[in-house]
Design a protein around this ligand. Structure first.
Ligand code: FES
Ligand code: FE2
Length: 424
C-alpha cells in the first residue's frame, strides 16, 4: 500500500493559487504580530463597547487597542468621548478599573474628574486638564492647563449604539459608515430601530492567533463541528446562503431561516426576533480585522478581539437585546443566547476547542504549514471566499503575501498569476 507523505512532500505548496492558502507563520511570527499592531490595529475603527454599558453621566470604561490604554467617558452633556488613558505629566495610566463612575469622589480622586493618582493632576469628562497640584509654585507661568489636556481620540456611537474608536487622527475613513463600506447595512434597520442593551458579557483568553478566531467566525464549512447547526440548518436554503465581500476586508454571510424546533429542547425564536428581521433568520457580519456581529433572530452577539500576542487573543463576548424588553422577554432572549453562545452553550466551546487545536499546532517555533482556503462553491456558505477576501486585505495593509509573508503583496489577479510551484 502506498504510504502517506514524507517531509518533502508535506512541505510542498498545495495545488492552489497563492490566494487559496496562507503560510502559518502569519499566525505565529512575533515580528509579523508587532507589525499588525502598528499597520492594522492602530489604524482601524474598533467597536470597543456598547453605549448601554455606560448609561449615566460620568460613567467610564477602559480598554486597550494595540496595547494603548484608552478610557471612554460619558460627559455631563451625555456625549461619549474617548481619550488615551495616559497622564500628560509623567505617563502614568490614569484609570485602572475596567469600568465605573467618576461621579463620586474616592480616596485618590475628586468627584466628576479623572484624577491621576501619581501627582493628583485632574481632568474633566472632555479631557481638559482642570487641576495641577502646586501649579504656580512649580511651573510659575511656564505651563498652562490648556497645554496638558488628554489626547482625545476619534470616537463615534454608531450601529445600534456601539462605541467605535480609531487611534489614527489621519485615517482616510472619516466615519464608521465609510469604514464599514456597506457591510453593516444588512443589520442596520434591525439594530437602529430602537435602543439596545447589553445583557451578557464574558471574556476568554485563548491560546491562538486572533485571525484564527476571525476565520472560524467567517467560514461556515466548519458547521461540521456543530451538531446543533447541522440539525437546525443543512437544508437547501442553508446551502444557498451567500458570502459577500465588501471594501476594507469586511464580509457578510447571508441569512436563512433556522429550524430551531429540530433540536431537542429548543423552540422557535420567531416571537421575539429583532425588528425588521424575518422570523428566525440569522445574519453574520465579520469586520476586518477582528470584529463579529451575529444576529440569531432574538439575540445579537458581538465578539471583539484584542490580540495579546501572536499566539494569544482576548475575546470579549457581548449579548444584546432590546432595551424595551419586559422581564419575561429578556429572560427568553438570555436563554436563547446562552443556550448556543454562552460559555456553557451548544456552540461556543466547540469553536474555542477548534481554534485552540490550531493554536497548538501553529506555535511560534513550528515549521511553516500551509493553511488551505481553497474551496469554491459559487460564493455560497461553504465556499472560502470570505477568508480569501479577508487575507487579500490583510496582505494589502501589511504589504506581505499571505501565502509567503517574506514576499511583498501582489494586487488582485497578480496573486493568481504568480508562479505557483506544481504540487501535483
Ligand atoms: S503622572 Fe499623572 S500626575 Fe504625575
Ligand atoms: Fe462555529
Amino acid at each position: 500500500m502506498a504510504r502517506s507523505r514524507n517531509h518533502e512532500e508535506w512541505t510542498k505548496p498545495p495545488p492552489f493559487t497563492q490566494d487559496e492558502y496562507v503560510d502559518s507563520r502569519i499566525y505565529s511570527d512575533e515580528d509579523i504580530f508587532e507589525e499588525e499592531l502598528d499597520k492594522i490595529f492602530k489604524k482601524a475603527w474598533i467597536p470597543v463597547c456598547h453605549e448601554s454599558e455606560m448609561p449615566n453621566a460620568y460613567d467610564f470604561r477602559t480598554v486597550t487597542i494595540a496595547r494603548e490604554p484608552i478610557v471612554m467617558t460619558r460627559g455631563k452633556d451625555m456625549k461619549v468621548r474617548a481619550f488615551l488613558n495616559v497622564c500628560p505629566h509623567r505617563g502614568n495610566m490614569i484609570e485602572r478599573r475596567p469600568s465605573g463612575s467618576f461621579l463620586e469622589g474616592s480616596p485618590s480622586g475628586n468627584p466628576r474628574h479623572m484624577t491621576c493618582m501619581f501627582h493628583a493632576w485632574q481632568f474633566d469628562m472632555k479631557g481638559r486638564c482642570v487641576y495641577i497640584s502646586r501649579q504656580e509654585e512649580g511651573y510659575q507661568d511656564r505651563l498652562k492647563k490648556q497645554q496638558v489636556g488628554l489626547r482625545e481620540l476619534k470616537c463615534e456611537v454608531y450601529f445600534g449604539g456601539f462605541v467605535w474608536v480609531c487611534l489614527d487622527d489621519n485615517t482616510p475613513f472619516e466615519t464608521v459608515e465609510q469604514w464599514s463600506a456597506g457591510s453593516l447595512e444588512c443589520l442596520k434597520p434591525s439594530l437602529d430601530e430602537e435602543p439596545l442593551e447589553v445583557f451578557h458579557y464574558h471574556k476568554a483568553i485563548i491560546p491562538c492567533n486572533y485571525k484564527l478566531w476571525h476565520d472560524t467566525n467567517c467560514e461556515f464549512y466548519h458547521d461540521y463541528l456543530h451538531y446543533h447547526n447541522r440539525i437546525t440548518g443543512f437544508n437547501d436554503s442553508y446551502f444557498a446562503r451567500k458570502n459577500m465581500g465588501f471594501d476594507n476586508g469586511h464580509i457578510n454571510v447571508g441569512s436563512f431561516e433556522v429550524n430551531y424546533d429540530n433540536y431537542e429542547g429548543f423552540d422557535s425564536r420567531a416571537a421575539i426576533s429583532f425588528p425588521h428581521l424575518p422570523p428566525n433568520h440569522w445574519y453574520m457580519i465579520d469586520m476586518f480585522p477582528g470584529v463579529n456581529f451575529n444576529l440569531r433572530g432574538s439575540s445579537l452577539r458581538c465578539d471583539l478581539m484584542t490580540p495579546l500576542g501572536p499566539d494569544k487573543v482576548m475575546i470579549e463576548f457581548r449579548g444584546l437585546g432590546l432595551k424595551s424588553d419586559d422581564e419575561a422577554t429578556r429572560q427568553s432572549r438570555i436563554e436563547h443566547h446562552n443556550s448556543i453562545w454562552g460559555p456553557f452553550g451548544r456552540n461556543l466551546h466547540e469553536d474555542l476547542l477548534a481554534v485552540t487545536g490550531q493554536g497548538a499546532s501553529m506555535h511560534p517555533r513550528a515549521e511553516r504549514r500551509q493553511i488551505l482556503h481553497g474551496r469554491h462553491e459559487n460564493e455560497t456558505i461553504h465556499d472560502e471566499n470570505g477568508m480569501r477576501h479577508f487575507y487579500e486585505e490583510w496582505g494589502r495593509w501589511m504589504d506581505r503575501l499571505p501565502a509567503d509573508p517574506d514576499q511583498p503583496f501582489l494586487e488582485g489577479d497578480n496573486i493568481k498569476k504568480a508562479a505557483v510551484a506544481a504540487a501535483t
